[in-house]
Design a protein around this ligand. Structure first.
Ligand code: HEC
Length: 119
């Protein structure tokens, strides 16, 4: 009986921390840098890049209209194969159609990593 009790106590001692550890690791959401970039691309605290640049950052037509009898289209440039410097610079420009974003360097890097993996 004594041995049995000791055995149970000992087992609980081992099992409890093990439960806590496995619980903890389940709660932590591990996302890869690419998944993080994807989330930001879709939802960068402002209108999502995806709305204009499309799923893969290829050139996309935003809209088309007629002006003086001529068909006009507004489209985005391809952004999935450019160098990081140009990409980053475009993020802080505040003219043209694209809105200005308040993203950190880390966030811009994550989006860049994600979208250039789509080419
Ligand atoms: C409202 C539509 C729209 C949204 C939203 C948008 N863009 Fe743009 N983007 C454009 C257009 C249009 C251009 C072409 C330059 C211009 O007219 O502003 C452009 C240009 C760029 C360029 C420069 C490309 C080059 O060849 O110089 C990059 C990089 C870029 N966008 C990335 C992004 C990222 C990343 C996001 C999200 C954080 C985003 N864009 C959101 C429309 C958009």
């Amino acid at each position: 009986m004594l041995l049995n009790n000791r055995f149970i106590c000992f087992s609980l001692f081992l099992i409890f921390p093990a439960c806590l550890i496995s619980q903890n690791s389940k709660d932590e959401s591990f996302i890869t840098p690419q998944e993080y970039g994807k989330k930001l691309y879709e939802n960068p605290r402002n209108i999502g890049c995806i709305k204009c640049h499309g799923k893969n950052g290829e050139s996309e037509v935003i809209t088309s209209y007629k002006n003086k009898g001529k068909n006009k289209i507004i489209k985005t440039p391809k952004i999935n194969d450019m160098d990081f410097k140009t990409f980053k610079k475009a993020m802080s420009k505040d003219k043209g159609i694209m809105p200005k974003y308040d993203l950190t360097d880390e966030e811009i890097k994550a989006i860049y990593l994600y979208i250039t993996s789509k080419k």
